[in-house]
Design a protein. Structure first.
Length: 501
């Protein structure tokens, strides 16, 4: 087992002005600010409506505390991240440099909060709200109480094949949902996978995630330890999703084999092994799983399997009628004359610019020829699918309902398997060397522009077909949809409401 981080003594939080981050623009927040009084009460701390109790975990950025809502009694996890305050005694040049650095340090938690509050997926940990103090951020998260996948593997060894497939399908479902919304995780690792009480996964820590435009490249080095893709270590520009496929491959290797594919105590030596990409597979590993891993752990991102290939791989779909459900809601293409300013002003936290700039850029994308062609194609396809569905429904409405029941029961069947203890080989002592992980660099600013060519996520097979205008077309459109869907949920369920699972 990994040595548990020591429980730190209860700290006292100074009284300081607090700002609630709800994804809304600060201009309209004027007058809403209130003073929060975090106080000690016995051995617990009170923060606004939450009583903070034990430490759930400590990460490189901060710590996570268990909290209980004073009125509802509901449990949450509160992630506490320090804010870097410039030292007033330093020279003006140093202060100026520090201010730039602080601004970029601020970007990560703000973007993490903005994304975590918008993403709505059963296998992604949700965020209810974030409170910004002078010295700290407090992120109120869904409490995931089934433990860490890492602890399970350390104590039980590798997973049985069916359990590995179940969790791989859930990770794949969450990644597809993100990618289809122009979001990349960029630092997926086994520690970021928690288990809910229902026995499903929840991905935490979107701290290094970002939105991506399929027609441009990101440059920031992200990821740490055993999981970053070789192109990130080589400081090459990347689009985004291909790096997540690599990290997903490393996670799947750990689930299926009980050890990491690339290992070394020495960080430069570890990075050299990752860049070389030569992987050893245990002789007992299922050949289908080995083939899938060999397609994911390809050093050249242009020949690495796409997420679509991974999710449709025979090993992934074995025992299921198809790839995992990405839990995407049905969307109609957005028209430039339908853009709602109430949605625009909540598109904050992504360095998109001012409200006016966001609206201008969004309308520009929506009026572009390439978008227009994508919408026309989407509509034609819908007509064809609709007439096909009508014919199928008339002829086979009975059999279609039985297919959907079959799918559900297959997922339910697999859900039961992880509780069975595996006596397989356990080789995860590598986590005792976790301290070797390099610190992440500051995130890059996203340049938003009109796609000048077809997005390159269309490569390999479907390059002649325009991208779906409702999913993955452009980050501004995706974030617009996510904000609008969040507003709709708030209207129905009430603000910040979500059920822990
Ligand atoms: N929602 C949650 N429910 C329960 N425990 C959690 C939750 N979120 C985080 N934790 C615990 O806190 C630990 C640290 O959280 P997290 O990884 O988000 O922190 P971090 O500082 O961003 O870490 P990193 O080192 O990956 O940057 C996790 O490994 C987990 O044990």
């Amino acid at each position: 087992m990994l040595p548990q981080p020591p429980e730190r003594s209860q700290e006292s939080i100074p009284v300081e002005p607090e700002r609630q981050f709800t994804g809304e623009n600060s201009r309209r927040q004027e007058g809403r600010d209130q003073l929060i009084l975090p106080v000690s009460e016995g051995s617990c701390r009170v923060l606004s409506d939450y009583i903070l109790t034990k430490t759930l975990g400590v990460g490189s950025m901060g710590k996570v505390k268990l909290a209980q809502h004073v009125n509802s009694g509901e449990k949450f996890a509160i992630k506490i991240l320090p804010r870097v305050i410039p030292n007033p005694n330093t020279s003006s040049e140093t202060v100026a440099k520090a201010t730039v650095k602080d601004a970029s340090n601020d970007i990560r938690p703000l973007r993490e909060a903005a994304l975590s509050m918008l993403l709505h997926h059963p296998y992604i940990c949700r965020m209810r709200e974030m409170t910004v103090h002078q010295n700290r951020y407090y992120m109120v998260l869904e409490y995931v109480n089934g433990g860490q996948m890492l602890d399970y593997i350390i104590s039980h060894g590798r997973l049985r094949e069916r359990a590995a497939r179940k969790f791989a399908r859930q990770i794949g479902s969450a990644l597809e949902y993100c990618h289809k919304n122009n979001v990349v995780h960029r630092s997926l690792k086994i520690e970021d996978i928690l288990i809910s009480q229902a026995g499903n996964i929840k991905i935490i820590d979107f701290g290094l995630s970002n939105v991506y435009d399929p027609s441009t490249h990101l440059k920031t080095f992200c990821g740490s330890g055993y999981f970053p893709a070789p192109e990130m270590l080589n400081a090459k520009a990347y689009i985004g999703p291909e790096g997540d496929v690599w990290s997903f491959g490393v996670v799947l290797y750990v689930l299926a084999c009980g050890k990491v594919p690339f290992d070394d105590r020495d960080m430069p030596a570890l990075h050299a092994k990752i860049k070389r990409g030569s992987v050893g597979y245990p002789v007992w590993l299922n050949p289908g799983c080995k083939h899938l891993l060999s397609r994911m752990l390809v050093t050249d991102p242009s020949t690495r399997a796409t997420l679509t290939e991974v999710l449709n791989h025979p090993w992934m779909t074995q025992g299921f009628p198809g790839p995992p459900d990405p839990h995407l809601v049905r969307r109609e293409p957005l028209r430039f004359n339908e853009v709602d300013s109430n949605v625009i002003y909540r598109m904050t936290g992504f360095e998109f610019g001012t409200e006016e700039e966001v609206e201008k850029k969004l309308v520009e994308v929506l009026r572009s020829d390439i978008y227009h062609r994508a919408v026309q194609h989407w509509e034609r396809k819908r007509c064809i699918n609709k007439s096909r569905d009508d014919v199928t429904n008339e002829k086979h409405w009975d059999s279609s309902s039985s297919i959907s029941l079959g799918y559900k029961s297959a997922e339910t069947d697999l859900t039961a398997s992880p509780s069975r203890k595996s006596k397989c080989f356990s080789g995860l002592d590598f986590y005792c060397r976790k301290l070797f992980s390099p610190a992440p660099s500051s995130p890059a600013t996203l340049a938003l522009h009109l796609p000048s060519k077809l997005p390159s996520n269309l490569s390999r097979g479907d390059a002649c077909e325009p991208t779906d205008p409702t999913y993955g077309f452009h980050p501004l459109i995706s974030i617009y949809f996510l904000v609008r869907e969040k507003m709709e949920r708030e209207r129905v369920e009430g603000p910040g409401h979500f059920a822990n699972s």
